[in-house]
Write a protein that binds this ligand. Sequence first.
Ligand SMILES: *[C@@H]1O[C@H](CO)[C@@H](O)[C@H](O)[C@H]1NC(C)=O
Ligand SMILES: *[C@@H]1O[C@H](CO)[C@@H](O)[C@H](O)[C@H]1NC(C)=O
Length: 342
Amino acid sequence: MRYLPCLLLWVFPQVWGQFEVQQKNYTFRCMQISSFVNSSCSTTDASAWLEDLQTHRWSNASDTISFLRPWSQGRLSNEQWQKLQHLLQVYRFSFTRDIQELVKMVPKAHYPIEFQLSAGCEVYPMNASESFLHVAFQGEYILSFQGTSWQKAPEAPAWLELPIRVINSDLGTRETVQLLLNDTCPQFARGLLEAGKSELEKQEKPVAWLSSGLSPTHGHQQLVCHVSGFYPKPVWVMWMRGDQEQQSTHTGDVLPNADGTWYLQATLDVEAREVTGLACRVKHSSLGGQDIILFWGKKENNNSGKQLSTDLVICIVVIAVVACVVAIVYLKRKRCFYQGIL
Ligand SMILES: *[C@@H]1O[C@H](CO)[C@@H](O)[C@H](O)[C@H]1NC(C)=O
Ligand SMILES: *[C@@H]1O[C@H](CO)[C@@H](O)[C@H](O)[C@H]1NC(C)=O
C-alpha cells in the first residue's frame, strides 16, 4: 500500500503523456481541380493541407507530388510513400479517362467542364476520426462518398442519377476509396501531426498599428487597426472605449501573409469629435493573456514600447545582480587581505 502513491506518480505522467500528443482536432484535406476544355484537353491540379498549412502540391505538369514541408512524408517510409504516390498516379489517369467517357454518355454535360474534389479526414484525440469526400461539378456540390458508396447531393439535378449508378457499379474503385478514406487518410494525417508538431504548434506574436482610413461621410473618421504576423489563425480584435466593446467594429477577413502568418484589420467609423479614448485591443494565444492595447492619437502607442520597458527592467535586474556578485567577491577578498595582514 505504501508504494501506491509512488506508483500513481509514475503511471499518471505516462498516461498523461499519451493524451498530450493530441488534444484538439485536426483536418487533413486534399483538394483537386480538374478542368476539361474539350474531349481531348484537360488539366488536374491538386494540393493537400493540414489545417491551414499546405503540405503538398501536385501540378498537372508533374508526375510526382511535391513536398512543401520538411515533414510532408509524415511517418511513411520511402517505400510506403512511393506506393501511395503510385496509387494516386493511377487515380489521376483513370479520373481523366472516366470523366471523358461519362461525358459521352450524358447528353446534358457539355464542355468546358470543371470538377472540384475535396477529400480528407478529421482526426480526433484517442484514435477516432471521420473522413469525407465531396465533389462539385461546374461549381455546384453534386456528389459525396458515404460509407461504402457514392451518393447524389440532395440539391443535385436528377440527370446525375445515371452516371452515379455507373460509378457505383465499379466495386474495385469503391473498395479503394474506402481503404483510402477509412485507413490511409487517418494514419497518414496522424503521422503528419507527429512529424510536423513543432510547426503546427508554433506561436507567432502579432504586431499591431493604427491608421486613418478613408472618411465615409463628412465629420466622420474611420479608424483602422492593423494586426499582422500572428499564428495560429484565431485572433480577437476589437475597438474599445474603456471596457466597452464598440459593437460597430468591422473586422475583415483573416488574410495570409507570404511567410505563413496571418493579417487582419478592424475598422471603426466614428464622429470625428468622439475619437479620444478609443483603443484597439488584440487578444491572441501567443500573447499569454497580455493583450495589445493601442490608444488612438497616442504616440508611444505600440507594443514594441511595452517590450522595451520589460527589456529595460530585465537589463537593470541583470546589472544589479552582477554588481552585487562583484561587490561580494571584492569584499570577501578585501577581508582575506586584511586578515592576512593582521
Ligand atoms: C489506432 O488505429 C490504428 C489503425 O487504425 C491501429 O493500428 C492502432 O492499433 C490503434 N491504436 C490504438 C491505441 O487504439
Ligand atoms: C469504411 O467506413 C464506413 C463508415 O464510415 C463503413 O461503412 C465501411 O464499411 C468501411 N469500409 C471498410 C472497407 O472498412
